[in-house]
Write a protein that binds this ligand. Structure first.
Ligand code: NDP
Length: 308
């Protein structure tokens, strides 16, 4: 398996100018992708289920396709970015579109599950469509700038073939290996971190407000909590891979106790503490299984054991 990270600076502008891409899906992200291709001088054809979303792109030089079939036939490379893989199926699977895609490449930057990525790759293989899966890890405003982060998985040869055009999207992109589901799997794991963190942050703001602390007052201290996380992630990851669970100064017994304080304070204000109750439940489970002196990351193993 190879892991290669490519940087925006290395893009070959001449190759991009000679290239053509179709962008299907013109929500906020699809429009950002198409805009970045246009800025890089790539011949860009666009299509969206609901007409009218392409107006600004067409003014900037994009070619409007009148159907999905016409759109995919316009370029050797189609980038699709819609709400989920159900929408991808609705657009690409009709016979006329699938037929037009035969021998061409689809790069699917739609977010969904690893299973859906595998299914879509199987469908593509059956229909002679060359397929790369991908995930976008940063917001629309980053696309085409050094801050964009994109993940790809699938045939490395295909990735290399289209890399110079994909460079137009900016920032860093990483090919995570040939297994098609890897980009989606990374995406899911990273979204797991992001949304549980955001649930925690929003909950903290509600509890703080109930205690008379404004969001603005808490924010600098919240940022301080965010700043200690990268080093903790690195340490915990090394331990989890090594199968060790040292307490790093805070055994699970102590962790469960601080979690209980959050629950007690929240509920005293009538604020739901379901997310923290779930976390505390995991800590208590670890203690019940005799791991009370270890670190909270023991729960990684406990959660893994619950797999059916
Ligand atoms: P949405 O997730 O809202 O997707 C909107 C697009 O999906 C539109 O083109 C819409 O077409 C299309 N669509 C929805 N349902 C269907 C359907 N049944 N058939 C055909 N097309 C359909 O907006 P975004 O553009 O923001 O996101 C696109 C993808 O990018 C998502 O998977 C998202 O998770 C991912 N992403 C987005 C980020 C962001 O910051 N916005 C960041 C990282 C990833 P129509 O206009 O006709 O409704």
């Amino acid at each position: 398996m190879s892991l290669s990270t490519e940087h925006h600076e290395h893009r070959d502008h001449d190759e991009q100018s000679a290239a053509a891409v179709t962008v299907i899906g013109l929500g906020p992200m699809g429009r950002a992708l198409a805009g970045a291709f246009l800025d890089a001088g790539v011949r860009t054809t666009v299509w969206n289920r609901t007409p009218g979303r392409d107006r600004e792109l067409v003014e900037r030089g994009a070619i409007r396709a009148s159907s999905a079939e016409e759109a995919v036939a316009a370029s050797g490379l189609t980038v699709v970015c819609v709400v989920n893989y159900g929408a991808v199926d609705a657009i690409l699977r009709p016979d006329a579109v699938a037929g037009a895609l035969k021998g061409r490449t689809v790069v699917n930057l739609t977010a969904d599950t690893p299973d859906r990525a595998r299914e879509t790759a199987a469908w593509a293989a059956e229909h002679g469509v060359r397929y790369l899966d991908g995930a976008i890890m940063t917001p629309t405003g980053t696309i085409g700038t050094p801050d964009a982060v994109l993940l790809f998985s699938g045939p490395e040869e295909l990735y290399r073939e289209h890399r110079s055009v994909l460079d137009a999207l900016g920032g860093t992109h990483t090919h995570l290996g040939e297994r098609i589901c890897r980009a989606a799997a990374y995406d899911i794991a990273l979204l797991d971190i992001f949304w549980t963190a955001m649930a925690g942050f929003n909950h903290a703001l509600a509890v703080a407000r109930a205690e008379g602390i404004s969001a603005g007052e808490l924010a600098p201290f919240a940022a301080g909590i965010g700043a200690i996380l990268p080093a903790i992630f690195t340490e915990v990851a090394a331990e989890v891979d090594a199968g060790t669970f040292s307490d790093e100064g805070s055994p699970v017994t102590s962790t469960a106790s601080t979690m209980a304080h959050v629950i007690e304070t929240s509920e005293a204000h009538g604020i739901d503490a379901g997310v923290m109750r779930a976390a505390e439940g995991l800590a208590r489970q670890a203690i019940g299984l005799g791991h009370g002196a270890e670190g909270f990351h023991r729960v990684v193993e406990l959660l893994g054991r619950q797999r059916v």
